[in-house]
Design a protein around this ligand. Sequence first.
Ligand SMILES: NC(=O)c1ccc[n+]([C@@H]2O[C@H](COP(=O)([O-])OP(=O)(O)OC[C@H]3O[C@@H](n4cnc5c(N)ncnc54)[C@H](OP(=O)(O)O)[C@@H]3O)[C@@H](O)[C@H]2O)c1
Length: 367
Amino acid sequence: MSVDEAAASGASPKRSESELRVAIVGATGAVGEVLIEVLRERRFPATEILPLASGRSAGRMISIGGREVEVLEAKPEAFEGIDIVFFAATGSLSKTLAPEAVKRGAVVIDKSSTWRMHEDVPLVVPEINPEAIDLHRGIIACPNCTSIGVTMALAPVHGAATLKRVVVTTLQAASGAGRAGVEELDAQRSAAPGQAPEPRVFDAPLHDNVVPLCDALQPDGFTGEEHKLMQETRKILGEPELPVSVTCVRVPVAVGHSASLLVETERPITPEEAREALRVFPGVEVVDDRERASFPTPLDAAGGDAVLVGRVRRDLGSDGLWLWQVGDNLRKGAATNAVQIAETLLARGQLSAREGADGAEVVAHTR
Ligand SMILES: NC(=O)c1ccc[n+]([C@@H]2O[C@H](COP(=O)([O-])OP(=O)(O)OC[C@H]3O[C@@H](n4cnc5c(N)ncnc54)[C@H](OP(=O)(O)O)[C@@H]3O)[C@@H](O)[C@H]2O)c1
């Protein structure tokens, strides 16, 4: 349905596509900064991009499309007249402010984990489940940066042979923890021997090290990040019972999350078949040249939008298949996926929330 058809059917977006006003909450952060770039790169049809952040950054000037624009404090009144609000700040801010934006008629695309598993909130990777957008009630969630890359590698295999079980180990970059994560790694790298500052963002020094803990441990021995990846993978693939087991590891890389995956399928699938299914899937690039030892690395993925997959091989002890996947956590893992959601909203004529939906209603459901 086009925007015009939506208007005729009563779903009535407030503005035409050529008059869209967009706000970014967290515009000064690692994801927010890339979001601004990606909106410009993809020529998203916004007449205005309003940068919002905390009181700490209010008044700062940032460059958007060659213009200096003042950062405002993210408050409910800032959403008046805004059509789409990207939230790339904190989970607690999304919880309180996203409903305020929806009440004022905006559609929210949220990068935090706050709304992802809410039953009335679609969790969307546009190449995999674009139709989920049609069910939105004002808020659409963008998955965790690891969930996006991992599900982009899993979806083609699932389509070809139906997943039965997945075991994942991630190797996650410092920027996955935002600006503070990158700054901590940089400070440790540049410190004189024995002078490195104590880790505050990560649970152990990250420079020259590998930290097998992303996020807080839960009573079951898995971390919050691991639970997110397990739950989100099931929701995005529409397979609520799929056994998914995860270990998340932080590595001293600036940008680019990697994952090693063992997948078992209902129908055994050959590496050649899997490579072909991956090759034709939009947004995935197969980099798997054994002769030249050419496989995806975070340096290859950083700065691009493709999810790179390689090392496709049969498991030696089962019918399973091993895959290696890498993606830029700030782009496809965050900003690009969020902008693609906005583009899909426009393409499907779903810019306005469904009738009867408002933020208060969504919040009430979470309690
Ligand atoms: N980094 C990733 O790879 C990644 C990937 C996927 C999803 N995410 C999610 O995206 C969100 C942003 O992550 P990030 O990595 O960009 O973090 P970040 O670099 O720490 O940036 C956080 C942003 O939020 C703003 N903010 C913090 N507290 C605020 C408040 N009380 N009111 C208004 N703005 C506030 C900050 O503004 P100030 O400048 O004023 O402090 C800053 O712009 C998080 O929910 C994160 O989980 C991150």
